[in-house]
Design a protein around this ligand. Sequence first.
Ligand SMILES: Nc1nc2c(ncn2[C@@H]2O[C@H](COP(=O)(O)OP(=O)(O)OP(=O)(O)O)[C@@H](O)[C@H]2O)c(=O)[nH]1
Ligand SMILES: [Mg+2]
Length: 479
Amino acid sequence: MTRNAIAAHAGTPAEPLLKALAVRLRQPLRVAIAGKVKAGKSTLLNALLGEALAATDAGECTKILTWFQHGSNYRVLLQPHQATAVEARFSRDDGGPIQIDLGGLGPADVDRLVVEWPSTTLKNFVLIDTPGIGSVASEVSDRANRFLVPDEGRATPADAVLYLMRHRHRDDMRLLEAFHDDEVVQPTPVNAVGVLSRADEIGGGKTDSTATAAKIAASYRHDPGLHRVCQTVLPVAGLLAFTGRTLREQEYTAMHRIAGADREPLAAALSSVDRFAEWEGVEDVSAEERRRLLDRFGLFGLRLAVELIRAGRCTNSAQLAAHLIEQSGLRQLVTVLGTQFAARSDVLKARSVLMALGTVLQQLPDATRLQGEVERIWAGAHEIAELRLLNSLRLDPAGLAAEEVEEAERLLGSAGTAPIARLGLEPDADDAEITRAARSALDRWQKRAESPLSLRSTVHAARVLLRSSESLLAQESDG
Ligand SMILES: Nc1nc2c(ncn2[C@@H]2O[C@H](COP(=O)(O)OP(=O)(O)OP(=O)(O)O)[C@@H](O)[C@H]2O)c(=O)[nH]1
Ligand SMILES: [Mg+2]
């Protein structure tokens, strides 16, 4: 399709754009990490990468849109506004975040940075770190807003979005709703996943914080406002995940010494950040080391590590690392990324490309034929019909009862695109069970589609679901 379009527009102003779109189809899925200022975006990105590439806390680079993509060499490109990209100098100390030299430019002069880095995660996803929305400098958040919620008619450069929220905030809701303004152009529940970030801090960093965060996230999942705009909300403590993935032997040794202190003074020291910083109770752990441990673990992480070591559940650094990662919720997030984003990668990318292609074609005088082709692809691709229905059911149940909506969403892949997930079967279901369930879904939706009593919107939804059931049956008989 893009090849046809390129041939038809050779030599016209559209050609370079169309070529760029063709390249895009061959690249990994682009996932933007968005959210308000200091939501923990860069820390989560580093946790996903397993190394500290993105700058956290202060620094100019936190105010610039930064793309992290796989490359065989280490390279940083700086793209100024309305000028050609140049290679930027960078340095990195001892596994810390990369320091990028902006060559005398300020954050406002830079459109984006592209960091190319050899990384397994980046082979599957391009990760895009966005500046905090609602930051003090309004021009910074404007830039992030423009990127995530672009002008009407322009496709967003990201195929999917992880939206970090620290607690439900009016601004979060506004932004998420803006995502949803246009079902076709903006990120929608299909490609937006909510993250209740810095989950360890919820409930004052008590050791049951993550359980509290899980409860809050579950209640968000059933919140009709949020359900409309992102498919699920997961609690994640990015800092614990990052520290777990990069834990050093000497950090374990220091935590082991701390855990060996007398119970009462230790508990008092762990009651606040200041107390821990001032505490002189362990000879071999200096004030500087304590400050560093606070940065790495957070108060909750310190308490957790002490508890685990004292209980004899972590006797080496690998075990402590594994516990931190487990508590962080990173595994669940990666699973969702895999089932919701990676499994749909092709269709999400195709969706972005088709949207962009439609926009390019609208601007050309002689494009009617190609535009017709784009529209036919839109209408004909069942995967795209599934995504659209999944989105629209969140807004309007199309005359279906609540249980039917639940079944329909699952069948459309809301909980994963594997047949077992779509049919809501147990993981050990055998082929015969899958076939039986698919056939029964097919019968049900066929009845709905053919019933003279069904509304038009119900008929439309039932037809899409019918095709989804058919393709599950076909997959089973092929396999
Ligand atoms: N306790 C705790 N602290 C966190 C967590 N994630 C991030 N932080 C801390 O929160 C601060 C901000 O984190 P960043 O990752 O820079 O947040 P950001 O959203 O990228 O911030 P901006 O880019 O400036 O908007 C840092 O001090 C982090 O150490 C977390 O899961 N738990
Ligand atoms: Mg940041």
